[in-house]
Design a protein around this ligand. Structure first.
Ligand SMILES: [Zn+2]
Length: 371
């Protein structure tokens, strides 16, 4: 993996990440393909909107269909017919948010599957091996993500354990991927405690992994607190390596956090809300079910070049949604993902011109006004 920052504008960076399955321009958004599928979207839709990297969830793939089957079918890329890059998380976040009866120990996490109650185990070694079996271009270290309202003492104990876990991930990765075909990223936790973020960022940076991430944001705190936390934590991560903010967020979050120096984002939000009829546009949010779109011949966003906007009217999309037609899921998801990728593309161009703040300010204003 190679990473070069080509332009800086304030704290914002425009860079290029070279991975085994192609280049990734940063800042970049990664659509989420939870169980080896970006919900309602086929790989050719993703190609058409210019996606360069998607995310897969280790927890979900562990439960179904299982990493051994994916490996036997040629790895995640071949299994799902996706030729570009894949980043997988370590499964840690879902163990805390989805699994039942979880028990954390120094060894790792034991939990019950949310699908069938079966007993499962994830350790730093196992999470790393699974991601290597899947064939991910970027693997994430196994960490613990405590709820932001956990007592400070718990955060401290968890951070110390997470550092030990990440070191074990690194040892497994070094031993089992000697050619360094796959890049391992470390994760910095610490909730909203600034001194804990600083301490953990120093510990994780010292591991000298190819990239670093911020975890534990957007887990229930107010947006303003998250933006301030990210603005404080992003510069703590090494300058010359990619910085990934996990699981965030809204278009406003992406703009503000990219201005703070974040390079990579992922979130289920654009596809999840698309299935509920919420479309993001350059004029703000659009609820397609609203009666005022019943006879509206315009596309959702007349500045968008996606298949949905080139081809269909708001009136038709409203009809599909009202009739609960499956096509609504696909068309709405294509548009929202295209909007997110365009937002990042426009922001990259603004960073190159030294106009990142002005661009973000204009977009934030439009979102505040709403459609
Ligand atoms: Zn569109």
């Amino acid at each position: 993996m190679k990473f070069a920052v080509t332009h800086r504008d304030g704290a914002a960076r425009r860079g290029r990440l070279t991975l085994p399955h192609g280049e990734v321009d940063t800042p970049q958004f990664m659509p989420v393909g939870t169980v080896a599928s970006v919900k309602a979207i086929a790989p050719d839709d993703l190609q058409a909107i210019g996606a360069q990297i998607i995310l897969g969830n280790t927890y979900h793939l562990l439960l179904r269909p299982g990493p051994a089957l994916v490996q036997e079918m040629g790895g995640l890329h071949r299994f799902m017919s996706w030729e570009k890059n894949v980043l997988t998380d370590s499964g840690g976040f879902q163990v805390y948010s989805l699994a039942e009866q979880r028990k954390i120990s120094e060894e790792g996490a034991v939990f019950s599957s949310h699908l069938d109650g079966s007993r499962q185990e994830l350790t730093p070694e196992k999470a790393t091996r699974i991601q290597l079996q899947l064939g991910s271009d970027i693997l994430m270290a196994f960490d613990e993500c405590p709820p932001s309202q956990s007592p400070r003492a718990y955060h401290e104990e968890s951070l110390e354990r997470t550092t030990r876990w990440e070191r074990r991930c690194q040892q497994t990765w070094l031993a089992e991927d000697p050619a360094r075909e796959h890049a391992l990223f470390g994760i910095v936790q610490g909730g909203l405690h600034r001194d804990l973020r600083e301490r953990h960022a120093a510990e994780i940076a010292a591991l000298d992994l190819p990239g670093n991430a911020l975890g534990g944001f957007s887990v229930g705190e107010e947006p303003q607190a998250m933006w301030e936390g990210v603005a404080h934590a992003a510069p703590l991560l090494p300058q010359d390596k990619p910085r990934y903010l996990m699981g965030v967020g809204t278009p406003e979050d992406l703009l503000r956090c990219a201005l703070a120096g974040i390079d990579l984002f992922d979130c289920v939000l654009p596809t999840r809300v698309a299935r509920n009829g919420l479309l993001f546009t350059r004029r703000g949010r659009l609820q397609i079910k609203a009666a005022r779109y019943a006879k509206d011949p315009r596309p959702p966003d007349d500045a968008c070049g996606c298949y949905t906007c080139r081809t269909f009217s708001r009136a038709y999309l409203r009809h599909l949604f009202a009739a609960r037609e499956l096509l609504a899921f696909r068309l709405n998801s294509i548009h929202n993902l295209c909007f997110y990728l365009d937002l990042m593309r426009e922001l990259r161009a603004a960073i190159e011109r030294g106009e990142a703040k002005a661009y973000a300010g204009r977009m934030l204003e439009r979102f505040a006004l709403g459609e």
